[in-house]
Write a protein that binds this ligand. Structure first.
Ligand SMILES: *[C@@H]1O[C@H](CO)[C@@H](O)[C@H](O)[C@H]1NC(C)=O
Ligand SMILES: *[C@@H]1O[C@H](CO)[C@@H](O)[C@H](O)[C@H]1NC(C)=O
Ligand SMILES: *[C@@H]1O[C@H](CO)[C@@H](O)[C@H](O)[C@H]1NC(C)=O
Ligand SMILES: *[C@@H]1O[C@H](CO)[C@@H](O)[C@H](O)[C@H]1NC(C)=O
Ligand SMILES: *[C@@H]1O[C@H](CO)[C@@H](O)[C@H](O)[C@H]1NC(C)=O
Ligand SMILES: *[C@@H]1O[C@H](CO)[C@@H](O)[C@H](O)[C@H]1NC(C)=O
Ligand SMILES: *[C@@H]1O[C@H](CO)[C@@H](O)[C@H](O)[C@H]1NC(C)=O
Ligand SMILES: *[C@@H]1O[C@H](CO)[C@@H](O)[C@H](O)[C@H]1NC(C)=O
Ligand SMILES: *[C@@H]1O[C@H](CO)[C@@H](O)[C@H](O)[C@H]1NC(C)=O
Length: 389
């Protein structure tokens, strides 16, 4: 996509094509390994949690979009996960009670500033509450995963579910920080970056996919971005910290790779729905600051926790790369290509068990045993990104 074929020699084109097809073959191999963790009874991937599964599902959808040879298997995974995952929803941190008719009722703490104090956790997969677990970011990951499944299948059931999840979370808009944004979880009042970046991205993705409601979704995405951009989460170096203090100032907590990533895809989608060069400029400035903060001298991305990134941060780097690819499509830069290529190449050469083809946590290597479906699916994001650059 970067290459103007009129200016590039046939030999170089062949080389590039060879590289891309090698990345495709590696991605398909890695997909086979990923599925050794898939659990048909839960619709999740063993060895990792609820929100990680949403990211594995997204990876499957993205590979199916790049390679139709896995499409049938991807469809079967979507259908299984759609129908059985609600039964594996952990509803973390919320008090639950089972009513006499078997319904599960989730109790929110008294005084919580939500409209609803009580919410039914449904076992009906089409009911958005079946996908809520009390952590807004977890539900938002699922909504984005179902949008990725919609993109590859055109199945409106998945898009409708994403809309329902968004609508439920949008009902809780408005924190003690400027009366904007959403809280991380329904059971605490931490105002953090990830839940809000995902909210922007989800609204912007929906704006491009639900024509009848694009005005509503654009307005949400713009409102949330305008709040976020001035919230204090973006620091003086141009990277994004984990969240805000209770005084609504930057808390100087870790600049995790995923917090530099999700906003990139959100701004690219928002620009697609409602063009404004400032969205692309902001995305480029965050991406460049992030690469300068997180890439090593070989352009391979790292998180500060390596190699002990359990239980969540094992997933983060792939999310950064997945979204960097969206920015590269909208606003190409050699730097981004360099990073995506370097990560994919290094993962395969240095961070892989060459017997099982499992991929681990430190993309520079060495392979750390045991890998799991979180480290593996995260690394797959980089392999898949390298297919199309
Ligand atoms: C599927 O997950 C359930 C719940 O974690 C577990 O009890 C079961 O052993 C898993 N099945 C397989 C085949 O891994
Ligand atoms: C899950 O079900 C699919 C489709 O029925 C089957 O192909 C696959 O082998 C099953 N996976 C496991 C781990 O049992
Ligand atoms: C759409 O997805 C739902 C849920 O997985 C499935 O039951 C339905 O058959 C799909 N529709 C089509 C046309 O494939
Ligand atoms: C548009 O959004 C509103 C508010 O969220 C919702 O009530 C309505 O059903 C949506 N309409 C469509 C066509 O999605
Ligand atoms: C927040 O402000 C209060 C009152 O000004 C102060 O006592 C407290 O130390 C501040 N907390 C933080 C985390 O900055
Ligand atoms: C933020 O944290 C870093 C390292 O943890 C520290 O070096 C720096 O001084 C802190 N900055 C502020 C503004 O507190
Ligand atoms: C573009 O976005 C910026 C930042 O949100 C805003 O200040 C500006 O008014 C927007 N421009 C247009 C033409 O809407
Ligand atoms: C996944 O594997 C990584 C690398 O070995 C490890 O740091 C992490 O603890 C594992 N995650 C879980 C949930 O076991
Ligand atoms: C596979 O990995 C082992 C252990 O790192 C190494 O000794 C061996 O040379 C590798 N084999 C191949 C074919 O790369």
């Amino acid at each position: 996509m970067l290459l103007n074929t009129g200016l590039v020699s046939p030999a170089l084109l062949l080389l590039v094509a060879g590289g891309a097809s090698a990345q495709l073959a590696n991605s398909v191999t890695a997909f086979t390994t990923l599925q050794t963790w898939y659990n048909n009874s839960t619709g999740l991937w063993n060895t990792a949690g609820w929100w990680n599964a949403a990211n594995s599902l997204t990876v499957v959808a993205e590979l199916a979009a790049a390679d139709s040879s896995i499409l049938d298997e991807a469809l079967s995974i979507f259908e299984t996960t759609y129908s059985v995952a609600p039964s594996a929803n952990p509803s973390n941190g919320l008090e639950k009670k089972v009513e006499s008719n078997g319904d599960i009722v989730t109790i929110y703490p008294a005084g919580w500033p939500y409209n609803l104090l009580e919410k039914r956790a449904s076992s009906d997969s089409s009911d958005p509450s079946a996908w809520l677990d009390g952590a807004n970011d977890d539900a938002e990951w699922w909504a984005l995963a179902w949008i990725a499944a919609y993109d590859v299948t055109g199945n409106d059931t998945y898009l409708a579910l994403a809309e329902g999840i968004f609508s439920d979370i949008a009902n809780s808009w408005g924190t003690y920080c400027g009366d904007g944004g959403i809280y991380w979880e329904t059971t605490n009042n931490y105002v953090n970056a990830i839940a809000n970046e995902l909210f922007i991205s989800l609204a912007a993705h929906l704006a491009n996919r639900v024509p009848g409601n694009s005005t509503t979704y654009i307005a949400w995405a713009e409102k949330a971005w305008n709040w976020f951009a001035t919230s204090g989460m973006i620091n003086a170096e141009g990277t994004i910290n984990d969240g805000l203090t209770t005084n609504c100032t930057n808390n100087n907590q870790t600049t995790w790779s995923y917090n530099q990533g999700v906003i990139l895809g959100g701004l690219v989608e928002l620009n697609k729905a409602s063009a404004n060069q400032s969205y692309i400029d902001s995305a480029n400035s965050i991406a460049e600051a992030a690469i300068s903060a997180l890439a090593d001298s070989n352009y391979v991305i790292h998180d500060a926790c390596e190699p002990d990134c359990a239980p969540d941060a094992t997933q983060f780097k792939g999310i950064f790369i997945r979204n960097l690819l969206l920015l590269q499509d909208a606003s190409p830069k050699d730097l981004y290509t360099e990073v995506m290529q370097a990560c994919a190449t290094s993962i395969w050469a240095n961070d892989r068990d060459n017997g099982t083809n499992e991929l681990s946590v430190d993309w520079s290597g060495p392979f750390i045993s045991p890998a799991n479906s979180s480290t593996h699916s995260s690394a797959m994001d980089a392999l898949i990104a390298a297919i199309s650059i």
